[in-house]
Design a protein around this ligand. Structure first.
Ligand code: ARG
Length: 262
């Protein structure tokens, strides 16, 4: 009942502030977008994915996240920067309706998160109550083990409700995309400041990428089913020569364990 009330207020506010909040976010953060060149999917194909609505004063931001336990959501540190309240929607293909809602104010950013370089772009969100996990529309994702290298030729499945073109609109229907991981030695040509806490994924000709609003969402190995990355940043979206950059979970795995017990 209390939750319902909070959500109805949130959505009334939303209808006025959502666009504004999103475009401001584009400007203040980095010029990039949501899933580009992917296709519509359903939550059953990515039941670990959640939609996050993040409140900072009267502004709202959108991000993705993944279910790592009944209590914890994994996301990007830049998503929760300065955020006062987080609304989570789990178990729904539609960003605006359905599934189950959770509200929380508790999260931890990686202490080494650097807002300028986006190094250590990882955070955990703690819910006030355990999530319903039904195994079909909601599922816990297993994370890559500490310090494991990503094999050459690995494909990741990236999902989210972010923009479908650079500077485009976000979608209410979940989108998904398969992209190959690019070795860091190659990706450094595009991003000279790439660190070991990051990896890149994309195709040389561009056209396939995550984008604004996808941040914090999961990149899952299509072969092992483990989450390898978190949508972090890029120059624009889906530009040739500028793949998407993801937080490398294997490099921050120990911190996730210390912070969440997962
Ligand atoms: N930082 C963006 C966000 O907050 C996500 C950027 C992903 N960009 C990319 N080209 N892969 O939603």
């Amino acid at each position: 009942m209390e939750n319902l009330h909070i959500w109805s207020i949130a959505f009334v506010l939303l209808s006025f502030t959502f666009q504004d909040g999103l475009s401001r976010r584009h400007v203040r953060r980095n010029p990039d977008g949501k899933i580009v060149g992917g296709s519509e999917t359903t939550i059953e194909n990515a039941p670990y994915q959640v939609y996050l609505l993040l409140q900072k004063g009267t502004e709202y931001y959108q991000c993705g996240g993944s279910i790592i336990s009944r209590r914890y959501i994994l996301t990007a540190a830049h998503c929760v920067q300065g955020i006062q309240r987080i609304y989570v929607r789990a178990g729904s293909t539609d960003a605006d309706n359905g599934g189950t809602n959770y509200v929380t104010t508790t999260y931890i950013q990686h202490p080494l998160y650097n807002a300028r370089t986006l190094d250590y772009d990882v955070a955990v969100i703690r819910l006030r109550r355990n999530m319903n996990i039904d195994g079909t529309t909601t599922k816990i994702i297993s994370l890559a083990a500490s310090n494991t290298a990503i094999a050459n030729g690995t494909d990741v499945y990236v999902t989210g409700w972010g923009a479908t073109s650079e500077n485009g609109e976000t979608t209410s229907t979940l989108m998904g995309l398969n992209v190959p991981v690019i070795p860091n030695s190659d990706c450094r040509r595009s991003y000279s400041s790439l660190t070991d806490r990051m990896f890149c994924a994309g195709v040389p000709e561009g056209g396939k990428d995550s984008c604004q609003g996808d941040s914090g969402g999961p990149a899952v190995s299509t072969s092992s089913g483990q989450q390898l990355g978190i949508v972090s940043f890029g120059v624009g979206c889906a530009r040739p020569g500028y793949p998407g950059v993801y937080t490398n979970i294997a490099a921050v795995r120990d911190w996730i364990w210390i912070s969440s017990g997962v």
